[in-house]
Structure formats: C-alpha cells, structure tokens
Design a protein around this ligand. Sequence first.
Ligand SMILES: Nc1ncnc2c1ncn2[C@@H]1O[C@H](COP(=O)(O)OP(=O)(O)OP(=O)(O)O)[C@@H](O)[C@H]1O
Ligand SMILES: [Mg+2]
Length: 250
Amino acid sequence: MNQDQPLLLKVQDLRRHYTLPRESLLRAPGRLPVLDGVSFELEVGGALGLVGASGSGKSTLARLLMALERPDGGRVELLGRDLHALSPHELRDARRQIAIVFQDPAGALDPRMTVERSVGEPLELLERMPRPMRRERVLEMLEAVGLTAADLDRYPHQFSGGQRQRIAIARALVTRPRLMIADEPVSALDMSVQAQVLNLLQDLRRRFGMGLLLISHDLAVVAQLCEQLAVLEAGRIVRQGPVEELLGAH
Ligand SMILES: Nc1ncnc2c1ncn2[C@@H]1O[C@H](COP(=O)(O)OP(=O)(O)OP(=O)(O)O)[C@@H](O)[C@H]1O
Ligand SMILES: [Mg+2]
C-alpha cells in the first residue's frame, strides 16, 4: 500500500454506553455498554463486512461512524482526520464523503418529496448546488441505479420496495462519497430482489471506487461483497480477517 495514502477508515478502541433508567434514588443509574473497545481499519476502496447478532451494536457503530452520535471513548479517523474533533464546517465536508443506506428504504425517503427532490437534497444541503446542475447529477445517479428520467417527478409510494431502495442508494451516492455504509440494506426486501440490489451495490462500488462497510446478520450476504470480515459480539470484535479464512474455519 502507498505509505502516504491515509486509510479510508481507522477505528480505534471505540466505546459507547447508554445510561439505563434510574431504578433507585440511592443508586447511580446503570450503564449498558454497547460498544466495548472496537478497533478496525478499512483501506481506500476496500470492502469490510460486519456481522453480528441482533443487539450486538452494529447500528450504534454505524451512527458513530456517521458522527450522528459521539463516542464515550476511542476515535474514528476518516481519511486521516479525527471525525469527532471536526468543526461543524469540516463535519459537513466529511459527511459528503460518507453515505449511509439503511434497511428500510421507505423511512429514508420523505413521502411528500419527488424523486428529484429526495435524491437532490444532499447536493442542495451539503454542496449548495444550483437546481439545473442538481437535476443533471440526479438523473445521472438514477440511471446508475437502473431508473430513468421518467421517474424524476414520481413519489416514493409509486415504486416497489426494491425500487425505493434503489432511490435511497441514489440519494446516498449523489455526493460521490468515498465510503458507503450499508446497514442491512437488503433484509427488508423480497429474496428475489435482494440479489439484484446486492449486485447493484457491487457495481456502484467498482464504478465509483468507493469503500464499503456492509453491516448484516447474514454471513452469505457479506461474503458475496466483502474481502474482509469482522464479527461483532456484545460490542466487541471477536474475529476479524479475510472472508475465505473465517469461512474456511467453520
Ligand atoms: N438510544 C439508545 N438508548 C438506549 N439503548 C440503546 C439505544 N440504541 C441502542 N440501544 C441498545 O444498544 C444495543 C445495541 O443496539 P444496536 O441497534 O446497535 O444493535 P444492532 O446490532 O444494530 O441490532 P439489530 O441487528 O437488531 O439491528 C441494544 O441492546 C439496544 O437496545
Ligand atoms: Mg441494527
């Protein structure tokens, strides 16, 4: 690897706990440790799969990587910069570099917004791009995810679940991020549609040279798209390495 090139993502000893409701006035409220010293690295353009049972802390980790929440300890470096130490202005710039795709595409899209507005909104908010330029970029992204110009003026309810996830992916990628975080991106979709959306993610990753952090409880999904695998158990990474090595060990 090029020595001068920083890692896409360097996560060091990341910690996060939630405070439980107080049971007694005489005792301090309990603490629920959710991430308990998580460390991993992702090279520029690399793909890491994060698997773990429900409640193991996967989505909490995703929120910390997006700087939607602050950690209680440890650090996240995105392309060499400490994400949680950035000024609001720098953070806005960093957010353009990271995209997130969630499990539920309906929840990611405002039902009152046309596809053109939904997909173009990050360009408006994060890049202050004027409307005619936005329309062009939105159309380019729609075509990249398999939709067309005829879809620009339609609303989310006019699409199937798989198409809605494609729209959510177009919205996530419209700022041309360096890293895509996908949190269970296909688990709400029909089996027949899952493979199509996974293939799409793989294509887009290659086409735009993006890194991918794919979060899933399904090892088969992760193995299809990622070279590296990390297994999260109760807030700790218990195994980590190349996918073939970890799958071979079973
Ligand atoms: N805001 C919060 N306040 C209190 N506890 C929380 C909060 N968010 C998450 N938790 C708890 O943290 C733990 C980890 O939750 P998280 O959503 O990160 O798990 P997950 O691995 O994404 O699970 P799933 O596979 O079900 O999506 C759970 O025990 C959850 O109840
Ligand atoms: Mg989750």
